[in-house]
Write a protein that binds this ligand. Structure first.
Ligand code: ZN
Length: 198
């Protein structure tokens, strides 16, 4: 984790980054196992949000200092972002983490017609998925909404529909948009640009 209060030139120095954990291999966790991995982190983040954590002394504050923090942007490559946020895969019918356009409408570039996702709608679908009474019901709900429960939803302020950052590393820096401008990449990059400008 990186503290965004720090200036950008010091933010990513080794001594200023916090390694939360390393997930053991040999394979990546399944879509649902990831929730077990991030639960302790969410527990800590809740403490920092609700009451804050009092640090007894620091070099500048010998009498101690209350520290509060919030997790805002989720920066991952695409598959990991979908797992962490509780979204379906980018190849699923519900392919987009920002809007609810279906895969067969992916060529629609008129953003005024895109049904944008909301935190409330996402939360409702995620809780239904979490409270499903059987695996079959859970699967049906997931196919219907493209949403699963994520531990990150326990953070009262966290909005998966706004805070899941587009995978710019692959889309822009590694040139996916330039080399293979698939409808998905075009849609997502377009929506990121709209978000950036508003
Ligand atoms: Zn979209």
């Amino acid at each position: 984790m990186v503290c965004l209060n720090l200036p950008v030139e010091t933010r990513y120095l080794e001594e200023n980054m916090y390694l939360v954990g390393i997930i053991p291999g040999p394979q990546e966790p399944s879509l649902e196992q990831i929730n077990h991995v991030i639960r302790p982190l969410v527990d800590d983040l809740l403490k920092f949000w609700e009451t804050g954590v009092f640090v007894k002394a620091t070099p500048r504050y010998p009498d101690g200092r209350l520290v509060r923090c919030a997790l805002v942007p989720l920066v991952c490559d695409l598959p990991a972002a979908r797992q962490m946020g509780g979204f379906a895969s980018h190849a699923a019918i519900h392919f987009c983490s920002f809007c609810d356009l279906s895969l067969r409408e992916i060529d629609n570039l008129d953003e005024k017609t895109w049904p944008m996702r909301t935190r409330e709608g996402h939360m409702e679908a995620a809780l239904k998925w979490k409270n499903a009474r059987s695996e079959t019901q859970r699967l049906n709900l997931f196919n219907e909404s493209g949403v699963r429960y994520s531990e990150l939803l326990r953070l009262p302020y966290w909005d998966p529909t706004r805070f899941t950052v587009l995978d710019t590393m692959h889309s822009l820096l590694l040139g996916d948009l330039k080399l293979s401008p698939s409808p998905w990449v075009i849609h997502s990059s377009y929506i990121a640009l709209i978000r950036e400008s508003t």
